[in-house]
Design a protein around this ligand. Structure first.
Ligand SMILES: Cc1cc2nc3c(=O)[nH]c(=O)nc-3n(C[C@H](O)[C@H](O)[C@H](O)COP(=O)(O)OP(=O)(O)OC[C@H]3O[C@@H](n4cnc5c(N)ncnc54)[C@H](O)[C@@H]3O)c2cc1C
Length: 296
């Protein structure tokens, strides 16, 4: 294999397209768990607004099928070992593949706040990104569950879309005096009472129930999630990461380890389909350029 791409989300498939079209023998190994699998519709991606995430990937896989240079394999990569510039990639089923270039495109995992009832609503009526899901909930009763700068930032975004906005800090609020005054000025209430649970009808949030027994009727929540690498492959390889554990890359997706590239969410840059697709394309071009440089 010229290149093994680990992760067949939008970034991995986008890279595969660029590489396959340059006669590079590419293997894409994908665990089938893209970050947005919890939602019914992905928004804002040019020409594909509102598409189901699975459908977007199915189109990508279908269009790659005509390139005999690209092989797609369902599976989980469990280890990568480097020896003298060659990488041995091992899958959970025990199969092994060798390559000179590895692209990590394994996305990120969301850690949800420990609030009862939140998990089944994630991606349905509980979200984290106003650019992805704000418009669909405009003018509705929305709650932000977050604190300090994170809550303030999201509040400024969502206040453009709805005037019925409440922040639940779920702990003592940590706004400075200026932020607190601005929130008040824009009609945004702050509730510090700890949350007991989210109530819902099916996938639809109906109310927030607090530990003191009070309730707040709401149809939509925006929460702060904790973003984590979904595996330890980058760590195994010794790739440099930043203070948030995101993989450090140059403008071509090159990591600090020669022959290892990264693209998409796991680099910690704007978490959007358009950006992950762009990064995958860019890494594909850089890998191809690096292969040409080695051959010439
Ligand atoms: C709830 C939610 C809603 C969103 N809505 C939108 C939206 O409306 N619009 C928008 O632009 N963006 C949206 N996003 C963001 C978008 O989903 C991501 O930016 C995008 O999916 C990132 O693509 P990626 O290829 O980097 O990673 P992913 O799409 O997460 O794909 C990574 C792939 O790597 C695989 N993988 C991981 N580890 C391994 C391994 N060890 N071996 C093999 N495979 C592995 C996974 O199984 C997965 O298939 C949303 C995100 C979430 C969480």
């Amino acid at each position: 294999m010229d290149v093994i791409i680990i992760g067949g989300g939008v970034s991995g498939l986008s890279a595969a397209m660029y590489l396959g079209r340059f006669r590079r023998q590419v293997l894409v190994v994908d665990g089938g768990k893209p970050a947005n699998r919890f939602t019914h519709a992905s928004h804002s991606f040019f020409t594909r607004d509102g598409i189901a995430p699975g459908e977007l990937l199915a189109i990508g896989r279908e269009q790659l099928a005509k390139y005999d240079t690209v092989e797609l394999k369902n599976g989980e990569v469990t280890s990568i070992v480097e020896d003298a510039g060659r990488f041995t990639v091992t899958l959970a089923d025990g199969s092994q593949y060798q390559t000179g270039k590895v692209l990590l495109a394994t996305g990120l995992k969301d850690g949800l706040p420990a609030i009862a009832g939140i998990e089944p609503l994630w991606g349905k009526s509980v979200f984290s990104c106003p650019f992805c899901d704000g418009w669909e909930h405009r003018d509705q009763p929305v709650v932000i569950v977050a604190n300090a700068e994170a809550a303030f930032h999201v509040a400024k975004l969502l206040r453009v879309l709805t005037a019925d906005l409440v922040i639940c800090t779920n702990e003592p609020a940590e706004f400075d005096a200026e932020q607190a005054a601005k929130l008040k000025e824009h009609g945004i209430r702050v509730i510090e009472t700890p949350i007991a649970r989210f109530d819902a009808e099916g996938e639809q949030l109906t109310q927030i129930v607090f530990k003191d027994g009070s309730v707040l009727p709401r149809t939509t929540a925006f929460i702060r999630t904790w973003l984590m690498q979904p595996n330890s492959l980058a760590e195994l390889l010794g790739c440099e990461t930043d203070e948030h554990d995101m993989i450090t890359i140059d403008s071509g997706g090159r990591t600090s380890v020669k022959g290892v590239y990264a693209a998409g969410d796991l680099t910690g840059q704007a978490r959007q389909v358009v950006n992950a697709t762009h990064q995958g394309a860019w890494a594909g071009i850089a890998i191809n350029n690096d292969l040409i440089a080695e051959q010439w």
